[in-house]
Design a binder for this molecule. Structure first.
Ligand code: PLP
Length: 353
């Protein structure tokens, strides 16, 4: 049996360890200089605006909603094919989620489905799913504030504009399995500072003259150093991910396709999600990869769809129901060796159905 290939793994280089070690030696472990540097990095990466680093992507979503004064009596649209973090953030501020189906080709929030609800909405959270750009341009026509969830799409550009820049604010995650891995961590960016200034006030709870309820959602300089160090090579991370995805494109067996994602247009592929016409074929592929000791997974299982959690009628979410039955994510990360990538391509190649 050949050695097993993990589905995902962070790539931590000596310079990352050195960056963390510097913080450990500095005597300052809480939020501080490194975290301010991380925030400044994002302000220049986005070419304007300001950023606040927080403890997680979920915290970033919650604080963004809170800072936009969304809460009781407000309705926030979120895509069913995403993750429970969105639902949790909406409930945490006391707002009501409006669950929306996804598009079958690129898995992002479906504007057509959304148009049924628009007169009742107060905000939309749009996820750039696995790096595919949600249709922000169409969503803007609904005239409600948009939060761009860039937790799976850091490094992505659309027509030379970084993801997240076309809306009221953007949130990022540095969770251990994301494009840049800090263990935990998140960030909020906005253009005019309205949201990020409120966010800063909210997370700085200690030694405040006036009391209002705030909360500790801060990130440590240890995490910020680890994140910053990886951000220095974001371009290389992107190149390697695209290079691997292109190889897979050539190796895809007949009758299979993949999630629509335009890396020719600037997207950074976070997952390589193979699509089959039916469940039987995707099961065959899964078994075939397992036999070769290559770990694959169904990135969102049926039970994880948000409308399933809320016991809503599945018939209203036909695209997402179809996606979860017919998709399989194969390993895609910069830590894969050329040998690993070749082995995955050969294995794909030898599937016959
Ligand atoms: C990971 C993720 C989050 C939550 O980020 P955490 O840092 O894990 O809290 C939110 N939205 C999306 C789309 C994600 O992929």
């Amino acid at each position: 049996m050949q050695a097993s290939i993990a589905h995902n793994q962070p790539l931590i280089l000596p310079e990352d360890r050195q960056a963390v070690d510097q913080v450990l030696q500095s005597g300052w472990l809480a939020t501080g200089k490194k975290t301010r540097q991380l925030e400044n990095f994002f302000a220049s990466y986005m070419e304007e605006g300001q950023a606040v680093a927080v403890s997680s992507g979920t915290a970033a979503l919650f604080i963004a909603l809170h800072s936009m004064q969304l809460g009781k009596g407000h309705k926030v649209a979120i895509p069913t094919y995403s993750c429970s973090a969105l639902l949790n953030a909406v409930y945490m501020v006391g707002a009501e989620p409006v669950i929306i189906d996804s598009k079958n080709d690129d898995f992002t929030i479906c504007p057509n489905h959304l148009s049924q609800y628009t007169n009742k909405l107060d905000a939309i959270i749009a996820v750039h799913t696995y790096g595919a750009h949600a249709d922000i341009k169409t969503l803007q026509k609904f005239n409600v504030p948009i939060i761009e969830d860039c937790c799976q799409s850091l490094g992505g550009y659309l027509q030379n504009i970084p993801y997240g820049k076309n809306s009221h604010c953007a949130v990022f995650s540095f969770y251990a399995t994301k494009i840049v891995a800090g263990g935990y961590g998140g960030l909020i960016w906005d253009r005019d500072g309205q949201i990020t200034n409120k966010a800063k006030d909210y997370i700085n709870f200690d030694c405040r003259k006036e009391y209002i309820p705030r909360f500790n959602f801060q990130i440590s300089d240890i995490q910020s150093a680890l994140i910053l160090s990886q951000l220095q090579r974001l371009e290389n991370i992107k190149k390697r991910r695209i290079q691997i995805a292109q190889k897979y494109d050539h190796a895809l067996p007949i009758h299979f396709s993949r999630q629509k994602l335009n890396f020719e247009n600037g997207a950074l592929p976070y997952r390589y999600v193979i699509r089959a016409k039916n469940k039987k074929d995707i099961e065959k592929l899964r078994t075939h990869m397992q036999t070769a000791n290559i770990n694959c997974n169904i990135p969102v299982e049926r039970y994880e769809l948000l409308h399933q959690y809320l016991n809503l009628n599945s018939e209203n979410f036909p695209n997402s129901e179809h996606i979860v039955e017919t998709s399989l994510s194969i390993p895609l990360y910069p830590g894969l060796s050329d040998g690993d990538v070749d082995r995955i391509c050969e294995t794909l190649n030898t599937l016959s159905i």
